[in-house]
Write a protein that binds this ligand. Sequence first.
Ligand SMILES: Cc1cc2nc3c(=O)[nH]c(=O)nc-3n(C[C@H](O)[C@H](O)[C@H](O)COP(=O)(O)OP(=O)(O)OC[C@H]3O[C@@H](n4cnc5c(N)ncnc54)[C@H](O)[C@@H]3O)c2cc1C
Length: 667
Amino acid sequence: MGILDSKIPSGPLAEKWTKYKNEIDLVNPANKRNIDIIVVGTGLAGGSAAASFAELGYNVKTFCYQDSPRRAHSIAAQGGINASKNYQGDGDSDYRLFYDTVKGGDYRSREANVYRLAEVSGNIIDQCVSQGVPFARDYGGLLDNRSFGGVLVSRTFYAKGQTGQQLLLGAYAAMNRQIHRGKIKSYTRHEMLDLVIVDGKARGIITRNLITGEIERHSAHAVVIASGGYGNLFFLSTYAMGANVMAAWRTHRRGAFMANPCFTQIHPTCIPVSGEHQSKLTLMSESLRNDGRIWVPKRLEDAQAIREGKLKPTQLKEEDRDYYLERRYPAFGNLVPRDVASRAAKERCDAGYGVNKTGEAVYLDFDAAIMRYGSEKALTSGLKNTDDAHIRKLGEEVVEAKYGNLFQMYEKIVDENPYKTPMMIYPAVHYTMGGLWVDYNLQTTIPGCYAAGEANFSDHGANRLGASALMQGLADGYFVLPYTIGDFLADDIRTGPIPTDSVDFDKVEKDVLDKINKLMSANGTHSVDYYHKKLGKIMWNKCGMSRNAKGLKEAVEEIAALRKDFWENVKVPGTADDKNQELEKAGRVADFLELGELFAMDALERNESCGGHFREEYQTPEGEALRDDENFKFVSAWEYKGDPKDAKLHKENLIYEYIELKTRSYK
Ligand SMILES: Cc1cc2nc3c(=O)[nH]c(=O)nc-3n(C[C@H](O)[C@H](O)[C@H](O)COP(=O)(O)OP(=O)(O)OC[C@H]3O[C@@H](n4cnc5c(N)ncnc54)[C@H](O)[C@@H]3O)c2cc1C
């Protein structure tokens, strides 16, 4: 077992980043013109990095599998992005954002990275505002904020329920300017299938043109993997359908360590699963918990009557409802962190209080907020003697202005009006905190190979607080990588272009073709989705919201058997030298079938509960996660050794110099 060096700069926490920037090597503007960088992924992390590199003068090549960078999964982000601007004057600061994030991650993240994240968070907002991102503003025209879980301040900047889309348009516009200048060459509908290492450094990738099936070689002096998260491992999740682990996994297979693969976020407010034929789950943004109150009936018989359609939630009196988050966590109430809220919902549903047909749903109710906003509106509008119906109408208008698109989406999917009857929600897989291990420079264990955004493991520990993925992705892309990558590239000013006709490229291309041929020639009877669904079931049942040693051991065995079956019995129709979406899926699912096993091994190895990793054997009498700081205060980083079962565990010991480790409480 090796110990990893995270290369955290010395000096006081708040000065590390500045000190680091003052001391690193720089590449002068004329030399930047001779250096190429590949960026795999053009979501918020990759898009912002690519635009910034090109603005600095590097030659950039970007890759994405969609038909436009605009379609990256980042576009789905709804609720907002955090920054410690303290515009509300409610006591926020860099330190508080840092503290909330470390505590929110259940003390399993790296202090220096998280502090840097907080430090640059304000710059992100300035950058995006100057790009024209239309953040919500208050009546006076100033930027507005709302609250997200796990914090006691309002620091979330938002653009209605479409924050990711607006931020991505900003990053895409910045990219487009560089595409127009010839500084970015954008390869859309191209999938990275492997990483090429030359003399120990990442120097290129092999891609497949998804329209023509052509296999291509691309070289550069450094490669950035910004390919997003791997939540689709569970088949059902809130991710975009195409989201996958291929770029990160294939990089892992070439030597980059995979960190904390079992740290997955289950989001508490998603539209519940409705049946076997579903392939996608839909998020109802956490921002809704600012105003929505979560409850189930107090009595089992009422829950049963609701499930049987004999009782409506609106008929249940206030005193017959259990607002269980407000009851259990009075200080944070409905805004406890996602892992806490998810487990609490599961606990109530497991105890028989679930409110939909499957018994796996709780209510998110806006009635109180509608009446509160309505009364306020009536007062500020000078209306007297207004009746309840009028107040309700006014309140609904306010709620619509805040969350209208989310309510509309809910109504379209569930066919119920959430203004009139409470939403039904249940936890679903939403984000992966695990990813490629990176040091302070965001460099993986392969020199010259960097990872950014959700593809790396870096800042969120065992749980990500809401609105902090966008912050991290944009911090990585706009403000961290543009500095840290220069320190590496300073050694390459005389290297010249990297040739692609080398034995290193030959070898990796051959591996890629062999794998494609193997998939095409399997000629079995089952579709790729058949395996993906089966894998998803194992993951959800044995590695999901709560885990235990027995289930995890079974999962390791079952996934290995499923993988074997996949390679023998999968059927991929069509040909490899043409557009072939089944082949694309097959490659992605093949990687999930390896990652799934490592995921279960990682969860089995971590004999503690922390954040989203809840081991049933390790819990407090109240059912809260029970950490073991003495034995598990580390990042687990797995080295690829062939079969997932042979992966070698390395540890990065986490040192807490500025935050005292405490039992995480939101009461
Ligand atoms: C429904 C939903 C709502 C969310 N809301 C919020 C929110 O309000 N606030 C918040 O902070 N976070 C939110 N998140 C999380 C956040 O959106 C993501 O974590 C973040 O956008 C990920 O950005 P990224 O740039 O790392 O990856 P992505 O946006 O996933 O981009 C990945 C890119 O990699 C490319 N790619 C992947 N594999 C390959 C390959 N093999 N070859 C070539 N290209 C490849 C893709 O084409 C894409 O361009 C939400 C997530 C979901 C699912």
